[in-house]
Design a binder for this molecule. Structure first.
Ligand SMILES: Nc1ncnc2c1ncn2[C@@H]1O[C@H](COP(=O)(O)OP(=O)(O)O)[C@@H](O)[C@H]1O
Ligand SMILES: O=C(O)[C@@H](O)C(=O)COP(=O)(O)O
Length: 422
């Protein structure tokens, strides 16, 4: 089997489907694996995206998982690599963007890479090193209240510097004005200055074209999924394929599971509550009687007729979330909620006839997909930018899964997604 051109390592599952979907849009055949596979790759493809759940684990663990993924991808013959993290640069003060980038560079014997989080299609742009989400700076976008990775500084070189042992620099919009040649020249300059990781400004798609072309001789690039649209064309001789996004039709009951507390998901949950039966997770009940509360959630969702989706959500606004986290701890409450949502989804698939699931939230998606025993995902049509329908491989029956990044999607995505599938 021919080797994939591009090997990708994604630090969460929604991020992985986001990247996979951009690569598919650019005409690549993509396989998305859940974790690092045990064996060889049995499907021909142009790119492989290994989905990890490494965004918020301890840095040493994230590094270990990422190096295992790199080894496996190299073993499959991939020659260029992409470390995918969030377009809002989600990280803790210790990592894991810096430590994983350092480790991948070392393993590849390289001393330089780019950090390109931008995703202009979803209005994530970078200007003079400052990351914007929509019209506002990252730290005013709601991300300052993220349950696990609150982002309180929009100046990315300053966020990255304490996480890496490399000197951090900037490829600014001034260099991008010179197109791919401008990027190449700036990279050469930064290398002479001893910079190891350069954050890239990006305002629009043309900038992503210039960055992809100007960095095509780097073994490793890092960033958000935006570059996924422009990297494929930089492989000499690559011919985009037209049939990359076809999936089998999947019937069965529909479920929405929301564990994201982002502004976008909160608005989507509010919209969905007006259009489908919905039950909120009670975190206190999860701590006093996890099994009993899980039974109640399953019973609520199972006791519905017809094709209309049912919503189970833990999502809550920042002030209520803070109170929960003060009571039970950030990590402990997050894990408890993820485990509960994943258990409910698994039980409803095993015994409730659920075959179509939209999950909101990256960590939540990781927990759900792992509980369902998915090994690979085939990437299908896009619902909203960065959110494709996918089809599971490895489950007893194929499932239709949409793994939605917390911040992605229009207000009605939780209803519209299922219409798109029909
Ligand atoms: N009510 C809640 N109380 C405590 N933690 C919660 C609650 N709702 C969600 N969480 C946790 O918040 C985290 C949200 O992260 P994630 O699923 O990655 O969403 P996003 O995509 O917005 O980052 C998860 O760990 C989830 O379990
Ligand atoms: O880059 C992005 O914004 C997404 O692909 C992503 O990584 C989403 O992460 P979550 O917001 O945790 O779902």
């Amino acid at each position: 089997m021919s080797a994939p051109l591009l090997g990708c390592i994604a630090d969460d599952f929604t991020g992985a489907t986001d990247l996979a979907s951009q690569l598919v849009s650019a005409g690549m055949r993509v396989v998305q694996t859940i974790g690092v596979p045990d064996g060889p790759l049995d499907t021909p493809c142009d790119a492989v995206v290994v989905s990890l759940k490494s965004r918020t684990v301890a840095p040493a663990q994230a590094v270990r998982q990422s190096l295992e993924a790199l080894d496996w991808l190299r073993g499959r013959g991939a020659g260029r690599f992409f470390f995918k993290y969030c377009s809002t640069f989600d990280s803790t003060p210790e990592g894991n963007i810096g430590p994983v980038t350092d480790a991948l560079l070392d393993a590849l014997g390289q001393d330089f890479t780019l950090a390109v989080p931008s995703l202009p299609a979803n209005r994530r742009t970078v200007y003079n090193g400052y990351l914007f989400a929509g019209d506002v700076l990252l730290n005013e976008s709601g991300m300052q209240d993220h349950p696990l990775t609150p982002m309180r500084d929009a100046f990315l070189p300053r966020v990255l510097a304490p996480q890496t042992r490399h000197k951090v620099g900037l490829v600014s919009h001034l260099a991008l004005a010179g197109g791919a040649a401008g990027v190449r020249a700036r990279i050469a300059e930064l290398r002479c200055e001893g910079v190891g990781i350069a954050v890239c400004d990006t305002l629009d798609h043309d900038d992503l074209v210039a960055i992809a072309e100007g960095s095509s001789d780097l073994s490793l690039v890092t960033g958000g999924s935006g570059l996924g649209l422009t990297i494929p064309a930089t492989f000499p001789g690559f011919l985009p394929r037209g049939d990359a996004a076809r999936l089998d039709p999947i019937g069965g009951r529909a479920l929405v599971v929301a564990g994201s507390c982002s502004r976008a998901t909160l608005a989507q949950v509010e919209h969905a509550r007006a259009h489908m039966p919905a039950m909120a997770v009670d975190v206190d009940a999860l701590f006093s009687d996890a099994q009993g509360h899980s039974d109640a959630l399953v019973a609520f969702a199972a006791d519905r007729d017809g094709d209309r989706p049912v919503l189970i959500h833990a999502s809550m606004p920042p002030e209520r979330l803070r109170a929960v986290q003060e009571r039970y701890g950030v990590a402990q409450s997050g894990e408890r909620v993820e485990h509960a949502l994943a258990t409910v989804a698994r039980r409803l698939v095993e015994a409730g006839g659920v075959r179509r699931i939209l999950v909101a939230g990256g960590e939540t998606s990781g927990a759900v997909v792992s509980a369902l025993g998915v090994t690979n995902l085939r990437i299908g049509p896009t619902i909203d930018p960065g959110v494709p329908w996918t089809q599971s491989v490895g489950t007893a029956e194929p499932l239709a899964l949409a793994l939605k990044s917390g911040n992605f999607g229009g207000p009605d995505i939780m209803t519209r997604a299922f219409e798109r599938l029909a």
